[in-house]
Design a protein around this ligand. Structure first.
Ligand code: ADP
Ligand code: MG
Length: 256
């Protein structure tokens, strides 16, 4: 049983792995995140959606401190992010991230791209890191691409490499920021399939995506943001069929 199923079955609720309370962030005078509260429990799959510029990327980037927040608390696996090296490194060790642009090093092979993180972040010897990287490339079903360079791969394959690379640090939480938005339509499914598998294995996931089929299939909760606020959050069956607010309805009518 995954965390949420266990909770539904009446067991103790899974641990809170991300706790965001009273989060506010500004870019200069611009108030980018407004009083965000969000709790994610172990094994939960959260989909975040909302119009462009609503603060989705900023929110998930705050979770691994790619963005600094000015106000409020972000606690990841019990570690409070304070901006000091200790807490930032502790949190980044738990949190893998996949971006819209794959951010692979073009001059390194697929295998080297993946092995780099455990070699540098974990001081793992190269052979061990490469063996680990191969297991992760197998998991995203492209081990045969290991010796190629990123630009020799399709966009979908490159994004799967980026997922494998993130998994090489054995994260307990994965953040996805529009991982399929830069892909040609025929490549979206191969990336979503890998994400669905991760979800089925019980990975805690925070996914910014407008792939509403994915949201319906795997999300425990859909969070809708607009203008720096969480407007509403609900289970997908409720979110899609019975959104509470006009802003949500207006958004859904544009993307569905
Ligand atoms: P989304 O991911 O929902 O499209 P973002 O989180 O990227 O939205 O951005 C939210 C708002 O914050 C936007 O208005 C954007 O222009 C602004 N913003 C994001 N990053 C920066 C930055 N580094 N400096 C100034 N403004 C930014
Ligand atoms: Mg964004």
């Amino acid at each position: 049983m995954t965390g949420p199923e266990q909770a539904a079955a009446g067991g103790a609720k899974p641990a809170r792995v991300i706790e965001i309370a009273g989060l506010n962030k500004w870019f200069g005078d611009f108030h980018a995140l407004k009083d965000i509260d969000l709790t994610v429990r172990k094994g939960e799959r959260i989909v975040i959606c909302g119009p462009s510029g609503s603060g989705k990327s900023t929110l998930i980037r705050c979770v691994n401190h790619l963005e600094r927040h000015e106000e409020g608390d972000i606690i990841v696996n019990g570690v409070t992010l304070r901006g000091d090296k200790g807490s930032v490194n502790a949190v980044r060790g738990e949190v893998g991230m996949v971006f819209q642009q794959f951010n692979l090093f073009p001059h390194l092979t697929v295998l080297e791209n993946c092995a780099l993180a455990p070699m540098f972040a974990r001081k793992m010897p190269r052979r061990e890191a490469e063996a680990l990287a191969m297991t992760r490339l197998e998991r995203v079903r492209i081990p045969e691409q290991a010796r190629k360079y990123p630009l020799q791969l399709s966009g979908g394959q490159q994004q799967r490499v980026a997922i494998a690379r993130a998994l090489c640090l054995r994260p307990s939480i994965m953040l996805f920021d529009e991982p399929t938005s830069a892909l040609d339509p025929e490549m979206i499914k191969e990336v979503l399939d890998v994400m669905v598998e991760l979800a089925e294995e019980g990975m805690t996931m925070l996914c910014v995506t407008h792939e509403m089929g994915f949201a319906r299939q795997v999300a425990d909760r859909v969070v809708f943001m607009d203008q720096g606020e969480i407007v509403e959050q609900a289970a997908p069956e409720i979110f899609f069929s019975n959104p509470r607010y006009d802003r949500t309805r207006a958004f859904l009518s544009q993307i569905l």
